[in-house]
Design a protein around this ligand. Structure first.
Ligand code: ADE
Ligand code: ZN
Length: 343
């Protein structure tokens, strides 16, 4: 018998709401323990003595200070098996957090720049994704994300290198250091991705100005904006995002850890919901930012007093904003409707 004490109203532990995760960098799920295991497997020296010491380096002052460590640690990812193990570890955790569908970013240029072939990356990731529905009940999509601090030519070359694997990729995205790298730089790349039948998303308005959101919509033709929290600085832009119901994949823990927002208690998510924006909640780089997606949902409830109805709306939005086919979307929305009280 369990000896854990629970308050009477807490007698039946609730399962997490079924939800989709639409903003998740697979490289950002590399937990320190796995980083050490892969480093040992591949004969790589990490400049930290233990996983705990590595974890204690996770104190970031901005996006760039995080990216420096994030890219440095990708060195441990070398073989197909490494990428498969990384994805499998995420999917197992995601399932435990109520994720029923995940659209997963990967950064091929972070690997090809180190001499790892793009085929190694994609075959490794898809080997875990292929059994995810069956093993974890999680359907998946892959989003090939270009590093915006590299050139448009590099992005075009990456898209060409991905040609043999396009049937495994649902969309392209744009990430890495935002300020000084506006979406306009990638107009031709996105036109090519669209011509190839890929869906389009882009990070915009995380650290960069609201005008980057407008550019991503008007010049790149994206269907979803990743982050987008700085839209609140431009009333006309908010009105447009509401009118067009453009989904925003917001990542509260990330925003706090990267100092885009001072404290979770001050996160603008309630204001975004009140404005009628189509907001979703996601984990971005959960290993680095203190939690996975359900941890973000729970954090919002604790820090901002979000109600069960608001959390349900966020989960509903996640399915609405996904690239799911209509049958699976309807199945997951029905599962959400049938789900008991939020935990
Ligand atoms: N790459 C991984 N996480 C990112 C983030 N939050 N913003 C931009 N690029 C990223
Ligand atoms: Zn991101």
């Amino acid at each position: 018998m369990s000896t854990t004490h629970r308050a009477p109203h807490d007698a039946a532990p609730h399962t997490p709401l079924p939800k989709a995760e639409l903003h998740l960098h697979i490289e950002g799920t590399l937990e320190p323990e796995l980083a050490f295991a892969l480093a040992e497997r591949n004969g790589i020296d990490l400049p930290y003595a233990t996983p705990e010491e590595l974890r204690s380096a996770y104190a970031f002052s901005d996006l760039q200070s995080f990216l420096d460590l994030y890219y440095r640690l990708t060195a441990v990812l070398q073989t197909e098996q490494d990428f498969a193990d990384l994805a499998e570890a995420y999917l197992e955790r995601a399932a435990a957090q109520g994720v029923r569908h995940a659209e997963i970013f990967f950064d091929p240029q972070a690997h090809t720049a180190r001499g790892v072939d793009i085929g190694t990356v994609i075959r490794g990731l898809t080997s875990a994704l292929d059994t995810s529905r069956e093993r974890h009940g999680v359907s998946t999509g892959l989003i090939l994300s270009f590093l915006r601090d590299l050139s448009a030519e590099d992005a075009l070359r990456t898209l060409a290198d991905a040609a043999p694997y396009l049937d495994r990729i649902s969309a392209v995205g744009l990430d890495s250091a935002e300020v000084g790298h506006p979406p306009a730089k990638f107009t031709e790349v996105y036109a090519e991705a669209k011509r190839l039948g890929l869906r389009l998303v882009a990070h915009a308005g995380e650290e960069g100005p609201p005008s980057y959101i407008t550019e991503a919509l008007d010049l790149l033709g994206v269907e979803r904006i990743d982050h987008g929290i700085r839209c609140l600085e431009d009333e006309a832009l908010v009105a447009r995002l509401v009118a067009e119901q453009i989904p925003l994949t917001v990542c509260p823990f990330s925003n706090v850890r990267l100092r885009c927002v001072d404290r979770l208690e001050e996160h603008p998510l309630p204001a975004m919901l009140a404005a009628g924006l189509l907001v979703t909640v996601n984990s971005d780089d959960p290993s680095y930012f203190g939690g996975y997606v359900e941890d973000n949902y729970r954090g919002l409830r604790t820090a901002l007093g979000l109600t069960d109805d608001q959390l349900r709306l966020l989960a509903r939005n996640s399915f609405k904003a996904s690239f799911l086919d209509e049958d699976r979307r309807a199945e997951l929305l029905a599962e959400l409707d049938a789900h008991g009280p939020t935990g």
